[in-house]
Design a protein around this ligand. Structure first.
Ligand SMILES: *Cc1c(COP(=O)(O)O)cnc(C)c1O
Length: 435
């Protein structure tokens, strides 16, 4: 039997369209509300903040949306289509009859799936005549992906980086600066909201919610500047579906039928991008996808879907961003400082939340010690050092593979390998107890 461990696609197989799950949603999408009056958010108000094309995509009623040629070229440049690997040696050490595949989103220059939307947002902003983008970043994955993308598209970038990460994790900051971005610790003296917080506490550690508020304020006050978000919103999720569109092609080309698909969830973009095209088939009852199980994995320290409430909540601390219906731990929830910084968001994407609420997808949560142990196992047998965020999906895949060992079922499990962990080795050291 031919054992393929590296499942590649040809350059011309790079998807030409993104997939919009809104069209196949089992229930109507709960519209965004304006935080100032709780009325439906006007698209004009959103267009003042975000690139106009992104707002149009946000509530589009087209199932497939064309990817502009310049974005496809940039995707090609960053390594798309990305290969899918079979973790054969991992299967062997687990002694499982299950087959484990991973989709390689760690191969982009900044090291994660995030450029898939960063490139698109920077492209649309430039097309619309913006000269600057502004955003927030926690641990720095989004900031570095957008820095890379703004460098490619030739526009400037202002980043508000959560102060505690700015101080404790300088390497992603340096990477952003290498790409030419301007990075400030948040809270900062550049915004009224930041100044107010710094007056009370000059050493305020900051949070993602605060950094979002600062970035939004910056965008509102500066002409020619638009705001971008790295996760949660429908257009971000849409851009990420290039991943799941490729996965569908890879399944077809290599004759793989998935039983379980797994992704980690922070805001939900990598999970959604990876799984939505397959979930679309499940919802439309196509090609035997009806029985597909899809699992969203979170840290036990920030279990938005697993433990949160499904309701309208704010996306940021100051209340500038629209209200969205989602699973949330509350917009003022401050998660403990785990190493998977990208999974420390209080909510989950409205579309992912909707699918969880409708029980189309499942959710699981795992503690940091367990996910790092699995990450080390993967590194030892497959040579891949996963980001701590990614290790959540990996760990869930390993748990499902272990169940297969007990039941003797040869299930096919695919997880999204959302990023590498080369900037997270301090986390490996601390949790695994290296000298
Ligand atoms: C940011 C990040 C995540 C979490 O964000 P989502 O929007 O949930 O995808 C997961 N993995 C990696 C590697 C990240 O950088």
């Amino acid at each position: 039997m031919k054992e393929t461990i590296k499942l590649t696609l040809e350059p011309e197989e790079l998807p030409k369209q993104w997939y919009n799950l809104l069209v196949d949603s089992p229930v109507e999408f709960p519209i965004y509300l304006d935080p100032s009056n709780n009325e439906p958010m006007s698209p004009q108000k959103l267009m003042a903040l975000f690139p106009i094309e992104c707002v149009k995509q946000e509530l589009s009623n087209q199932r497939y949306i064309d990817i502009p040629e310049e974005i496809r070229t940039a995707y090609y440049r960053l390594g798309r289509p990305s290969p899918m690997y079979r973790a054969k040696r991992l299967e062997e050490v687990l002694k499982t009859p299950a087959k484990i595949y991973l989709k390689r989103e760690d191969l982009s220059p900044p090291g994660s799936h995030k450029p898939n939307t960063a490139i698109a947002q920077a492209y649309y902003a430039r097309q619309e005549g913006c000269t600057e983008l502004v955003t927030e970043t926690g641990a720095g994955q989004w900031g570095s992906a957008l820095s890379y993308s703004c460098a490619l598209m030739g526009i400037t970038l202002q980043v508000y980086m959560v102060r505690i990460s700015y101080q404790q994790k300088p390497y992603r900051k340096y990477l952003m600066q290498v790409y030419g971005a301007n990075v400030d610790a948040s809270p900062s003296n550049k915004t009224d909201f930041g100044k107010k917080l710094l007056e009370k506490d000059p050493n305020h550690p900051g949070s993602l919610g605060i950094a979002i508020s600062e970035a939004v304020e910056h965008a509102i006050k500066n002409d020619g500047t638009k705001y971008t978000l790295g996760s949660v919103l429908n257009h971000v999720v849409l851009h990420q579906t290039v991943v799941g569109q490729e996965v569908l092609l890879q399944m077809k080309k290599y004759e793989i039928k998935p039983d379980i698909m797994i992704g980690c969830v922070g805001g939900g973009s990598n999970f959604a991008g990876f799984s939505f095209p397959s979930i679309g088939k499940k919802l439309r009852k196509e090609d035997g996808f009806e029985d597909l199980r899809i699992i969203a994995v979170e840290p036990t320290a920030c279990p938005s879907i697993n433990k949160g409430e499904y309701r309208y909540d704010l996306g940021d601390t100051a209340g500038y961003a629209p209200l969205a219906k989602m699973y949330t731990l509350g917009h003022d929830f401050v998660p403990p400082p785990i190493h998977a910084g990208g999974l420390r968001y209080h909510g989950a994407a409205p579309l992912v939340s909707l699918l969880a609420h409708e029980k189309v997808i499942e959710s699981q949560a795992y503690p940091q010690e367990e996910i790092f142990a699995s990450a080390q196992l993967l590194a030892k047998v497959e040579g891949l050092v996963a980001a701590p965020e990614t290790a959540h999906a990996l760990h869930a895949a390993i748990m499902e593979a272990k169940k297969c060992k007990e039941t003797g079922e040869a299930k096919t499990i695919i997880y999204n390998h959302s990023g590498h962990g080369f900037f997270d080795l301090e986390g490996y050291k601390q949790v695994l107890g290296f000298d």
